[in-house]
Design a protein around this ligand. Structure first.
Ligand code: ADE
Length: 487
């Protein structure tokens, strides 16, 4: 690669010398990379293509447009050094790029409609974004073994899924119409109906991946100067903090949580939140980018979710029209994030629709780990009196026994919020009377039109004995199986 670049673009000799010198010094990570077809990366010779445009934020980074082609010079973590190529393969420029913006150019994986391995939940979340019009489609590889490829289409604001069969004859949806490749099959159905009244339109718009860091310069740098951040609109106000929309270095959108001043408990809570957030990384949990603690008030910087919190969304005109498929999809995403917390021995302690944030395509992430603790034993004895009663399990209210199973109780209340489009739980019951009522065995009825399988799940989440409640792992599987009962 070194010699090839030096020969094809001698004008950039100084850059190559510097890159390859540091490459030898750093002993870069050259992990093998297999693409969707299972093909193994062949050294450094593969050509990659950009799926989205990227704008450099500093001189080391390389700007590019969707469709630009690259060779990879060096792979280090999430930020690779790449050489951008012109149509004849000559190097135009080189610099650092986010690796997840690139895909191998020589296979079906770089087709705009090919989304690789993806479950139905994620697929629906992609298709239903407002940028996608009727007929938007994608081809994905089902997460269910033995299903293979599926073509998913947006029809009347819902999703329809067709299995693509594969046999010796080739690829087909209907056995009478076989194709030698996925590309031929897709091209055919772009001009012929896939089923009566289902026509493929434009490929589904791809969601830009959310970076786990603000930039390659801040990887593992948690403390950043406050001056790097500017505050814009206020997004919300909580007991411990106010939250603003903001920017990092005037270009990267973030949410900035500002701890309310001069209360020692707040600062302690803030530090605990940071400790917990730093360790937890999952697609359905809000990512922490940085903290600013060199002066008061402290800032905590997280990714921004443009649709705000789930409670407000459900109560809005947009939320009122969401159909049960999307509601179940959102419930699954929360269960997925909570399964990750459960697996990592972390308890949320304030799971509620107000603490779930939503972005385009109804992507949901669990937020606000302010009350969470890492636990060694299954139970953590609390002396905290600031309890959200209507969301909290009886044993947690009465004895401070918070656990993953008390989070499961709260998840049952969250399901009630979801399927009632944001109603307050236990309407007409006061906080004071609630515990006695619950101990007498009273449980809220499911909201009207709530699917029966969800009512059953709610009931199980509200089992009197914590041990009788399902785990998040089980809840996740149950919701997943329901959503994916076909593929
Ligand atoms: N409200 C509180 N935190 C938020 C975030 N990260 N994005 C959007 N709205 C929020």
């Amino acid at each position: 690669m070194e010699e090839c670049l030096k020969r094809s673009c001698p004008c950039l000799r100084a850059l190559w010398d510097q890159l390859f010198k540091s490459e030898k010094r750093d002993k870069p990570e050259t992990k093998g990379d297999s693409n969707e077809d299972g093909k193994q990366e062949s050294g450094d010779s593969a050509v990659y293509m950009a799926l989205w445009a990227f704008e450099a934020r500093d001189t080391d980074e390389l700007s590019f447009d969707a469709g630009d082609r690259f060779r990879i010079v060096r792979r280090t973590g999430d930020w690779w050094t790449a050489a951008k190529l012109d149509p004849s393969g000559c190097v135009l420029a080189a610099g650092i790029v986010p690796h997840n913006y690139l895909e191998r150019a020589d296979s079906v994986t770089s087709q705009p409609w090919f989304f690789g391995k993806m479950n139905r939940v994620e697929c629906v979340s992609h298709l239903l974004t407002s940028q996608n019009k009727e007929g938007a489609f994608l081809v994905r590889v089902s997460e269910n073994d033995n299903v293979g490829h599926v073509i998913s289409v947006k029809v009347k604001n819902k999703s329809k899924h067709f299995k693509i069969f594969q046999s010796k004859k080739g690829f087909y949806v209907e056995e009478s119409c076989c194709f030698s490749s996925l590309l031929d099959l897709v091209q055919h159905y772009q001009s012929h109906p896939l089923a009566p009244s289902y026509k493929l339109g434009k490929p589904c718009v791809r969601r830009k991946p959310v970076s786990q860091d603000l930039s390659h310069t801040t990887v593992d740098m948690w403390e950043l100067p406050k001056e790097d951040f500017t505050l814009e609109d206020k997004l919300g106000s909580g007991y411990f903090a106010d939250v603003y929309l903001g920017k990092w270095k005037n270009h990267t959108q973030v949410a900035i949580k500002i701890l309310k001043k001069n209360e020692s408990l707040n600062q302690k809570t803030f530090h605990m939140e940071v400790e917990v957030l730093k360790r937890l990384r999952h697609n359905h949990l809000i990512s922490l980018f940085a903290i600013c603690t060199s002066s008061s008030p402290y800032y905590i910087i997280t990714e921004y979710m443009e649709k705000g919190n789930l409670q407000n969304l459900l109560r809005s005109p947009e939320g009122n029209t969401l159909d049960p498929e999307i509601l179940t999809n959102m419930a699954f995403q929360v269960a997925d994030g909570m399964t990750y917390l459960e697996t990592n021995n972390s308890i949320h302690r304030d799971l509620a629709a107000r603490n779930v944030l939503v972005s385009e395509g109804y992507l949901c992430k669990v937020a606000d780990f302010g009350l969470a603790r890492f636990v060694k034993e299954p139970f953590y004895l609390s002396n905290d009196t600031k309890i959200p009663f209507k969301w909290t399990a009886p044993e947690a209210i009465e004895h401070g026994l918070f656990s993953n199973k008390s989070d499961v109780w709260s998840f049952g209340i969250l399901l009630y919020e979801i399927y009632s489009y944001g109603a307050n739980p236990y309407p007409g019951t006061s906080k004071r009377d609630l515990l006695a009522e619950l101990k007498r065995g009273y449980r809220m009825p499911a909201p009207p039109k709530c699917p029966q399988f969800i009512s059953k799940i709610m009931e199980s989440c509200w089992s009197d004995q914590a041990g009788d409640r399902p785990s998040f792992k089980q809840l996740r599987i149950e919701l997943h199986d329901h959503i994916n009962h076909v593929y």
